[in-house]
Design a protein around this ligand. Structure first.
Ligand SMILES: Cc1ncc(COP(=O)(O)O)c(C=O)c1O
Length: 389
């Protein structure tokens, strides 16, 4: 068979973390292991019945079976703009400041294609969502500057460590993988710094609605209009497989993204966008979270409590996160070593080192299993500890 050579760019790209993890898990399952999976941040709970029904009905109508536009349908851009008013008291023009995306991942990648020239710097917090330092920089021939986040600073990016000559900064709170959160005051500081240094602020707010204990995540657009923010239906509404998100912000930034998308995709399916509008419109006018979403967060909060307390009982030092559905802690050994040991127990976790070199030793567990399974995993870990004593 002929051998096909990957481009030099693609060769530089490390294998996507979760692909490798899926392979290891599949091999373990093949051996017949009873797997408890805290690996990928994919909610186990279903999307709401109302949302699914809306999608089914919409999918039957011929007008919803055609190409959408790469910027998304007007009705959903309107819904997103209304939601920003309800939730963050931010006004957006749905025609120039909102773009519907095929999940937020593609927009996080495409924004760099739209604004960064080869050789220019992109700041990627480390640990961080792998796309920032991966495809966003490598496919763009940009230079990635990984700036470490530190536990001692509550995992908040320290601006004094960031280069002042970068083109773009990716930032994400509530944070994957650390579960760290920030307040609006911090976002004001970041926003002002980006203004002074002429750096494009790309704020990844995929977990804005995954908040606990009364905390509500802010939007970077509350700090000011000169940035772009990415949001997602994936985690808030258990809609990961629907592939639906949005990008909002400065018209030039949203416009650049739209131009890029115009060449690379033809928009999310219209019937999926219909479902998205139903999900988003369920927020009250005063921004109160819909009952269904809140019930979902209550389940995750309880799982998080059981897992964090259980891990602390086992001797790990684990903080109770106020956002995301991730539990993040120092395993005390190498990230991969811990991950492999856990896999031997039939427990899938994500090695922190996959999110950046500075997270070596850390591990991420997503609370995507019910409480009984979390307790079962903790029991297995306890037994393994007792044997090794
Ligand atoms: C920080 C962060 N941003 C963006 C995404 C992408 O989400 P989606 O493409 O499903 O909207 C994820 C998914 O895990 C994430 O953790």
């Amino acid at each position: 068979m002929t051998k096909f050579e990957q481009s030099e760019r693609l060769k530089k790209l490390p294998p996507y973390l979760f692909v490798r993890l899926e392979e290891l898990t599949a091999a373990k399952k093949k051996e017949g292991a009873d797997i408890i999976d805290f690996g990928i941040g994919d909610p186990d709970l279903p999307a709401s019945e109302k949302v699914i029904k809306a999608m089914q009905i919409a999918a039957e109508a011929n007008e919803n079976q055609k190409y959408s536009s790469s910027q998304g349908e007007k009705f959903l851009r309107d819904s997103v703009a209304k939601w920003y008013r309800k939730r963050f008291s931010v006004d957006l023009d749905p025609d120039t400041q909102v773009c519907i995306t095929i999940g937020s991942k593609e927009a996080i990648f495409n924004i760099s294609q739209a604004f960064v020239n080869p050789g220019e710097k992109i700041i990627a917090p480390s640990p961080g969502y792998p796309v920032y330092s991966g495809a966003s920089t490598l496919f763009n021939e940009a230079e990635c500057v990984e700036v470490p986040l530190r536990e001692s600073q509550n995992w908040l990016l320290d601006l004094s460590e960031c280069p002042v000559d970068a083109k773009m900064l990716y930032l994400n709170y509530p944070n994957n993988p650390t579960g760290a959160t920030c307040d609006l005051e911090y976002l004001h500081k970041v926003y002002d710094w980006c203004g002074k240094t002429d750096t494009i602020l790309c704020y990844d707010n995929a977990y804005s609605e995954m908040c606990f204990d009364g905390y509500r995540a802010p939007s970077a657009l509350q700090a000011g209009p000169d940035c772009i923010e990415f949001g997602s239906f994936s985690k808030t509404f258990n809609m990961t497989g629907f592939r639906l998100g949005y990008a909002v912000g400065h018209p030039d930034l949203v416009g650049g993204l739209k131009k890029c998308k115009g060449q690379t995709d033809s928009g999310a399916p219209v019937f999926i966008q219909k479902a998205g509008a139903v999900a988003l419109d369920a927020y009250s006018d005063d921004g109160t979270t819909p009952k269904g979403v809140q019930a979902n967060m209550d389940i995750l909060a309880e799982r998080r409590r059981v897992l964090v307390n259980g891990l602390n009982d086992l001797g790990y030092k684990v903080a109770m996160p106020r956002g995301t559905f991730y539990v993040w802690f120092n395993s005390g050994v190498g990230s991969m070593e811990f991950t492999e040991k856990m896999l031997e127990l039939g427990i899938v976790v994500t090695p922190g080192s996959g999110f950046g070199k500075s997270a070596e030793g850390y591990v991420r567990m997503a609370v995507t299993e019910p409480v009984e399974r979390i307790r079962e995993a903790l029991n297995r870990m306890k037994k393994a500890q007792d044997i090794n004593k």
